[in-house]
Design a protein around this ligand. Structure first.
Ligand code: MRU
Length: 370
C-alpha cells in the first residue's frame, strides 16, 4: 500500500543482509523504519510489538532465522533461533507455521547452503502473504458488493472493524481491510467504524492511520460503542481478522472481538472473519479450551501513550497506584457467532465442513493430528 504516495510493505530484506521494518510503536505519529540486524533484534521487535499482526510476525520470524544464520549456520544455531522466535508470542499460529516450514527446508541442507536458502524462503513467504491477502480482498469484496446491493445502494456501507487487520498486520493489503481497500478503489461508498482497541489502541493508532493514508472514510470509536451503533442500524457488517482459527471455525482475535460478535448476533448484523490459511490450526477444534491466550504487561492497561499539544510524546497513568490489573491479549469467538470465513480460496461457513470444502486436501490429514 502507499504511504504519502510511496508504495511500501511492512517488512523487507535489505541488500546488505539486514531486514527493514516499520516500527509500529511510533505510529501514527511518526514513520520510523529501523533495520534489524540480529536474531535478538528480530525477537525483540516481535515481543515488543514493533511488528505485530499474525501474518506479519510469521514473516518477520522467518527473516529472524536468516539474521541468526548470518552468524552461525549450524544445527544448534537453527534450533536456537526457532525456539527463541517461537517463544515471543503464543496466540498467533502463523509464527509456528512459518518457523516449522523454514526448518523443514533448512535442516536437510548442508550448513553452507542454509543462509541463501533461508533468505529465499523468507522472501517467498512474504510474497505468498501478499498474494493470499489480495485474494482474500477479492473474495471479501463480493460480500461487500452484496451488502451494498441489500442496502439498496443508498448511503455509505457502514463497516465495523476491531484492532488492526490491515496491511500493517501483514506484509501488504491486510486481511480484514483488503476487501475494504478494493471496495473503496472501485468507488463503493464505504464508511468504517474503527474500534480504538484498548489497551494498545491498534485501531485508533494503526487502522485509522492506514485508512487515512488510503483516503477511506472512517470514524474512530471507543471500544464500547459498537453495540449501540448496531442497535441503531449504523453497522451494515463487521469484518475482523484472526490470529488462530480452529478446524471447526472458532477464531481467536484481539481482546474484545467476542463482545462485538455477540452484539452483531443480537442485532442481525453479519460478522465476517478474514483469514489466510496459515492462520488455521487444523490440530485443534475447541478454541475456547485449546487456544493459548497471551497475557501481557499490565502497564499496557495502567498507562496510555499519546502526543501532547506541543508535539512531544508522553505516557500517562490512568489507574490508581496499586490497583491490580489484568491484560489478556486475545479472546475466542465461537464459530456459531461467525457468519462466514473469508479465505484466499473463497468464502465458507465457519464450520469444519465449511473449511474442508475449501481445503479438501485436509480431509486426508483429518484424524492424524497434523
Ligand atoms: O496483538 P496484535 O496487534 O498482534 O493483534 C493483532 C490482531 O488481533 C489481528 O486482528 C490479527 O492478527 C489478524 S491480522 C491480519
Amino acid at each position: 500500500m502507499k504511504v504519502q504516495g510511496r508504495a511500501m510493505r511492512s517488512v523487507w530484506a535489505e541488500p546488505e543482509g539486514t531486514v527493514g521494518i516499520i516500527d509500529q510503536t511510533h505510529l501514527p505519529h511518526a514513520l520510523v523504519t529501523p533495520r534489524l540486524t540480529t536474531l535478538a533484534e528480530a525477537a525483540h521487535a516481535i515481543r515488543a510489538m514493533r511488528v505485530r499482526g499474525a501474518p506479519l510476525i510469521g514473516v518477520v520470524a522467518a527473516y529472524g532465522v536468516c539474521l541468526a544464520l548470518r552468524e552461525d549456520t549450524s544445527d544448534a544455531a537453527l534450533t536456537h533461533a526457532c525456539q527463541t522466535l517461537q517463544a515471543t508470542r503464543p496466540t498467533a499460529v502463523n509464527l509456528a507455521w512459518a518457523l516449522e516450514g523454514l526448518r523443514r527446508v533448512l535442516q536437510p541442507l548442508p550448513p553452507a547452503e542454509r543462509l541463501a536458502a533461508a533468505w529465499a524462503h523468507a522472501a517467498a513467504l512474504a510474497d505468498e502473504d501478499v498474494a493470499i491477502n489480495r485474494a482474500i480482498g477479492e473474495h471479501g469484496l463480493g460480500l461487500l458488493r452484496e451488502a451494498w446491493a441489500r442496502k439498496g445502494r443508498q448511503g455509505p456501507l457502514n463497516v465495523l472493524t476491531h484492532c488492526n487487520a490491515g496491511w500493517l498486520a501483514t506484509v501488504d493489503w491486510g486481511t480484514a481491510l483488503a476487501p475494504l481497500y478494493l471496495a473503496h478503489d472501485e468507488g463503493l461508498p464505504l464508511h468504517v467504524w474503527v474500534d480504538e482497541t484498548r489497551p494498545r489502541n491498534q485501531g485508533a493508532s494503526l487502522t485509522a492511520w492506514e485508512l487515512g493514508q488510503h483516503g477511506v472514510p472512517h470514524t474512530v470509536i471507543a471500544d464500547n460503542v459498537g453495540g449501540h451503533l448496531m442497535q441503531h442500524g449504523q453497522v451494515d457488517l463487521c469484518i475482523v481478522g484472526t490470529d488462530r482459527t480452529t478446524a471447526r471455525g472458532d477464531v481467536a482475535n484481539k481482546i474484545g472481538t467476542y463482545l462485538k460478535a455477540l452484539a452483531a448476533k443480537d442485532n442481525g448484523v453479519p460478522f465476517y472473519v478474514a483469514l489466510p490459511s496459515p492462520t488455521i490450526d487444523w490440530t485443534i477444534h475447541d478454541g475456547v479450551r485449546d487456544i493459548p491466550i497471551e497475557q501481557r504487561d499490565g502497564r499496557e492497561v495502567t498507562d496510555v501513550s499519546g502526543r501532547l499539544p506541543d508535539g512531544a510524546l508522553a505516557t500517562v497513568r490512568v489507574t490508581p497506584e496499586g490497583s491490580p490489573v489484568a491484560n489478556y491479549g486475545f479472546d475466542v469467538t465461537p464459530a456459531r457467532l461467525v457468519t462466514a470465513l473469508v479465505t484466499e480460496r473463497g468464502v465458507c461457513a465457519a464450520s469444519e465442513e465449511g473449511l474442508l470444502s475449501l481445503f479438501p486436501e485436509r480431509r486426508a490429514a483429518k484424524g492424524t493430528g497434523t
